[in-house]
Design a protein around this ligand. Structure first.
Ligand code: FE2
Ligand code: FE2
Length: 297
């Protein structure tokens, strides 16, 4: 048997290792995203990538049979879930996942110090991290446009949920770090499952299928690095707690997006999260992403 190249994301790390890895990640992330445009919550290289997609648009050969079904259900589910076709459900689930992310990052961006005011390397890393998340939101919007959904509005969540997301970045590190890490891990798990679903459901639209996967890959490559980077904030005790949080977090989050339970096997997603070790991340992603030194075998 070929030995695995990478170790579990829950592998232990010393403080010294984590400091060295933060320094290495900081070099990686600057090269990866390019210049930060603070006012626009954007990054030069990511902006150029999105623009190249927009300059070469791909659209469905056969428009969605029932776009009204998407628009009726994408913010709040109105119809019976069983009455909706899988393509529509996939698209509303993408919107709902991205909407949570968008609400979360608005809170984090408002609370976190600007790059000019960031003193520690961790603060600088976090500023770029949140800017990348805004780029993901734009990429998700482009995925929906690729399917002809040009009238999507990004709507805040109900006030209580908005409030919760605003409080989250204010938590002290020992409470924040584990959930922040598990949230990133959940993103990667969802994106890998979504990648396979796009293959299955868009088989009749090969150009759109490839474009949607290319847009998703841009997100996933960042998210693999985010998982690694957020793991790097966590000490030996916290990483054990993080593993225990995978199941309740995934279940709680996806309970809020009922489409996910129909489209995906949530139990398998939980297992994939608990077992995550980079070995299933394709080489073309690993090359553009970042993995902590202590997860390399
Ligand atoms: Fe993201
Ligand atoms: Fe992320």
């Amino acid at each position: 048997m070929e030995s695995a190249k990478y170790l579990s994301i829950f592998s232990p790390a010393t403080k010294q290792q984590r400091q060295e890895n933060f320094a290495d990640y900081w070099l990686f992330t600057q090269a990866h995203g390019g210049e930060l445009f603070e006012d626009e919550r954007d990054l030069a290289k990511k902006r150029a990538t999105l623009q190249s997609f927009k300059d070469n648009p791909v659209r469905l050969r056969t428009p969605l049979a029932n776009p009204e079904a998407f628009y009726r259900n994408y913010i709040d589910l109105q119809d019976d879930l069983g009455s909706l076709d899988k393509k529509t459900l996939m698209l509303t689930s993408i919107y709902k996942f991205a909407r949570h992310e968008w609400v979360g990052i608005k809170g984090a961006w408002a609370f976190g110090p600007t790059m000019a005011k960031s003193q520690s390397i961790e603060q600088k890393i976090s500023r770029v991290h949140v800017a990348e998340e805004f780029c993901h939101w734009r990429l998700f919007d482009e995925m929906l446009r690729t399917c002809g959904l040009d009238n999507v509005e990004w709507v805040p969540l109900e006030p209580f949920k908005e409030w919760v997301y605003q409080q989250f970045p204010k938590l002290p590190g020992f409470l924040l770090f584990a959930p922040a890490f598990v949230t990133e891990l959940m993103g990667v798990t969802y994106y890998f499952h979504l990648h396979r679903l796009i293959d299955e459901l868009m088989a009749d639209e090969p150009e759109v299928r490839e474009r949607m996967k290319a847009l998703l890959d841009e997100i996933t490559i960042d998210e693999v690095a985010h998982v690694s980077q957020r793991r790097n904030f966590i000490g030996p005790m916290g990483i054990k707690i993080s593993k225990l949080l995978v199941r309740p977090f995934y279940k709680m989050f996806f309970a809020d997006i009922p489409e996910v339970g129909i489209l995906f096997n949530i139990e398998q997603m939980v297992k994939d999260g608990e077992a995550f070790d980079f070995n299933d991340v394709p080489d073309y992603m690993v090359e553009r992403s970042w993995i902590p030194s202590y997860c390399k075998a």
